[in-house]
Design a binder for this molecule. Structure first.
Ligand code: ACO
Length: 176
């Protein structure tokens, strides 16, 4: 698991991981904006080739073929809310996903805990918020049961396909 600046050359691989796992996708510049504006808050989980990197190829820019680069198997993309309506500094999880091959290993929990800690320590965030599909049992289990988020409200037809979202949040002040 690593954070900025080591993940910055992996942004295209993070985007690939997102496209593979979720229908909510973003332009590459939005990942870059997160990395440059809130460098402490996003994290990646990578696997490295067993026999080291090949000498030829595209190098470590995350876009090369085969096993020339560390493969992103999970990420959390996070930010601080720029204009909090309640006036309280708080973090927001823009996106979280883990590749199917690497699920149920505790990766998402670790990524989330690292991001939450950084929000509290680097930005004195009062709480962290996120949206999740009401049908997403795996993510709901992670957020509510494992991490301790609470449902703040249901946002009707939040997603492009018409599904509702739970708006969830978790208090971070105990981490201050
Ligand atoms: N069903 C029930 N519980 C589950 C499931 C599941 N399918 N998957 C994980 N959990 C539980 C685990 O058992 C664990 O609970 P425990 O603390 O009681 O042991 C807890 O959730 C954390 O498990 P992790 O191993 O850390 O989770 P994982 O690395 O597998 O990632 C994730 C979970 C991110 C939801 C993954 O399934 C995924 O990528 N899904 C597709 C993308 C997605 O839905 N992302 C979240 C969208 S919301 C947002 O981005 C803000």
């Amino acid at each position: 698991l690593s954070s900025y600046p080591s993940y910055i050359n992996l942004l295209p691989s993070i985007q690939t991981c997102n496209i593979t796992n979720l229908p909510e996708n973003y332009f590459l510049k939005y990942y870059l904006y997160h990395a440059l504006t809130w460098p402490q808050l996003s994290f990646v989980a990578v696997v490295r080739p067993k026999n080291g990197y090949k000498k030829t190829g595209y190098g470590l820019n995350g876009t090369g073929p085969g096993d020339d680069y560390p493969k992103v198997v999970g990420y959390v993309l996070a930010k601080m809310e720029e204009e909090p309506t309640d006036g309280m500094a708080h973090g927001h999880i823009t996106s979280l996903s883990v590749m199917r091959t690497h699920r149920r290993l505790g990766i998402a929990e670790r990524l989330m805990r690292m991001s939450q800690r950084a929000m509290a320590e680097a930005h004195r965030a009062h709480y962290v918020s996120l949206h999740v599909r009401v049908s997403n049992q795996a993510a709901l289990h992670l957020y509510r049961d494992t991490l301790g988020f609470e449902v703040e409200k249901v946002e009707s037809k939040y997603y492009a396909d018409g599904e509702d979202a739970y708006a969830m949040r978790m208090d971070l002040t105990p981490m201050w």
